[in-house]
Design a protein around this ligand. Structure first.
Ligand code: ATP
Ligand code: MG
Length: 502
């Protein structure tokens, strides 16, 4: 790709970008949220047309008419948000767009060759190291990691030689992420070229051969991964030198702000008790599916409970208290599902930011456009949200910047107890540091914070105490000084029963 430019209205997403990918390499594409990574890959895979620039693929001019044609010609993109048809089977999804037919002369009217479809699917899955998967299963019923594998299988079935993965591990647990990285290496060894977008540097170090850094829509560096350090990568991405990633702990811990007593979920078998004090950040660790999200949703009033008491600042919540009532008591919740629950994508950035607490920008109940814009701009600056204009629709922001809007909106509520489910998912490293600082600032201001994360180094760096969820049962919250990555991992896999028995 040479001199590629792409503009969306007033936003120059790509300005004169160069990128070259060799056969049989994993090429990491890194950069801050909104740097242009996804846009560049949409151009390569035919989803978007560039405004300027040239592309060449396998020695020929590359001008894909659309994603389907690009896929047929060998360039396939695995999207940030997966794009499978949930009602179809694994085999049908893998064949999507390239369905084998009997009597080929009849064209698209010919009947599907289901036998061939299934054998292709089985072969592809075996190649990915998942031969045991039944290709007749409905994809809608599969866990995220398996659905992703089906997408990759789909790319392979269409004989892709360039595969683009946009943050493929962002919603996977560690075990599934490890397996995916193995798949990536296997495909590379078979000669595929893989463009790998990720905000996890440790992952990039494990799989990538070379990297390209995008900043503000421009290429700032391309080099062998072995020649870089984490520090040098972060500096290339942010354009400045960075200090400590995690804020100094030593916060003043106050009174109990949130007490969860003998909570029992229904129908999810959650069992949990926990106390969080003001000034404290408590981490929730656990494997994907262990029930961390469900636990937080029970407290937030989004999931039903069968028993147990939730007390905020000494006031016991009625078990059927509405979400609104909980909000008034000072409870704030950030959902991990930012598309579904976090944001109104068609509404403006400003509206999304201020939605939860319009009083702060209204005078005697009347909204002031100027104050709204000023307040929105403050958040945009504090969280370094890349956007030309707070009046634009939230849906036009890059993935990570949408997540930041959801966080800013929660912070704008000014709650006393904050529950954050995977707050830094999809966020670039520079912004993660900002989010850590904000959470630290909230704790210092006397708020009580619970952070759920699948990323253990993050919990170890940020929290005062960490509790591990194992098959719906919450273990004791331990002082972070007693925790290591290994101890948390083993508790996540085995539970804390040994401890309780002793
Ligand atoms: N459909 C669109 N309309 C308007 N602006 C857009 C659109 N798509 C992307 N942009 C803008 O283009 C810029 C680059 O976005 P892009 O999604 O490529 O970033 P990214 O590097 O993938 O970020 P992230 O790490 O957050 O996923 C951003 O400023 C974004 O707001
Ligand atoms: Mg992106």
């Amino acid at each position: 790709m040479r001199g590629v430019c792409k503009r969306y209205g007033g936003v120059e997403a790509l300005r004169d970008v160069d990128l070259s990918i060799a056969p049989g390499e994993v090429h990491a594409l890194v950069g801050e949220n909104g740097a242009g990574k996804s846009t560049l890959m949409k151009v390569l895979s035919g989803v978007e047309r560039p405004d300027a620039g040239t592309m060449e693929f396998a020695g020929r001019e590359w001008k894909p008419a659309g994603p389907v044609q690009a896929r047929r010609a060998g360039v396939a993109m695995i999207h940030q948000e997966l794009a499978l048809a949930p009602h179809l089977s694994i085999a049908e999804n893998i064949a999507l767009g390239v369905e084998p037919r009997k009597f080929r002369g009849l064209g698209p009217l010919a009947p599907l060759d289901r036998r061939l479809m299934h054998s292709t699917a089985s072969r592809v899955l075996a190649r990915l190291g998942h031969g045991g998967l039944d290709p007749t299963r409905r994809t809608g019923d599969l866990p995220a990691a398996t659905r992703q594998l089906v997408e990759i299988g789909r790319a392979i079935a269409s004989r892709a030689t360039v595969m683009i993965m946009d943050e493929p591990t962002s919603s996977l647990g560690r075990h599934d992420a490890d397996r995916l990285l193995e798949v990536v290496k296997r495909l590379r060894d078979e000669g595929l070229s893989i463009v790998y977008i990720s905000h996890f540097l440790e992952e990039i170090r494990r799989v990538a051969d070379r990297f390209t850094v995008l900043r503000d829509g421009k290429t700032v560096a391309t080099a062998a991964i072995a020649s870089s350090t984490d520090q040098s990568l972060i500096e290339l991405m942010t354009g400045r030198s960075v200090g400590a990633v995690f804020p100094k702990r030593k916060r003043r811990i106050g009174d109990v702000a949130l007490r969860v007593d003998g909570l029992k979920g229904r129908p999810m078998p959650i069992r949990a008790s926990l106390e969080v004090r003001s000034g404290e950040i408590v981490g929730l660790a656990g494997l994907v599916g262990a029930g961390r999200t469900e636990f937080l949703r029970c407290i937030a009033g989004l999931a039903p409970i069968a028993a147990g008491a939730i007390t905020i600042d000494g006031h016991r919540l009625a078990s059927n208290a509405s979400i609104r009532a909980r909000l008034r008591r000072g409870l704030g919740f950030l959902s991990e599902d930012r598309k579904g629950e976090g944001l109104a994508l068609r509404m403006s950035i400003a509206e999304n930011l201020l939605l939860s607490n319009f009083q702060t920008v209204a005078t005697q109940g009347v909204l002031s456009a100027a104050r709204m814009k000023a307040a929105a701009n403050q958040w945009i600056e504090r969280l370094a949200i890349r956007s030309a204009d707070p009046g634009r629709a939230a849906g036009t922001l890059s993935g990570g910047n949408q997540q930041k809007i959801a966080i800013a909106r929660l912070l704008h509520q000014d709650s006393t107890v904050l529950l954050l489910d995977e707050p830094t998912r999809g966020i670039d490293i520079g912004s993660k540091v900002q989010v850590y600082e904000l959470l630290d600032g909230l704790a210092r201001a006397g708020r009580a914070v619970i952070v759920s994360s699948g990323h253990l180094p993050e919990l170890l760096g940020l929290c005062d105490r960490i509790a591990v969820m194992h098959r719906g049962v919450l273990g004791p919250a331990r002082d972070v000084a007693e925790c290591t990555e290994a101890s948390l991992m083993s508790e996540a896999v085995l539970g804390s029963d040994g401890e309780v028995a002793a």
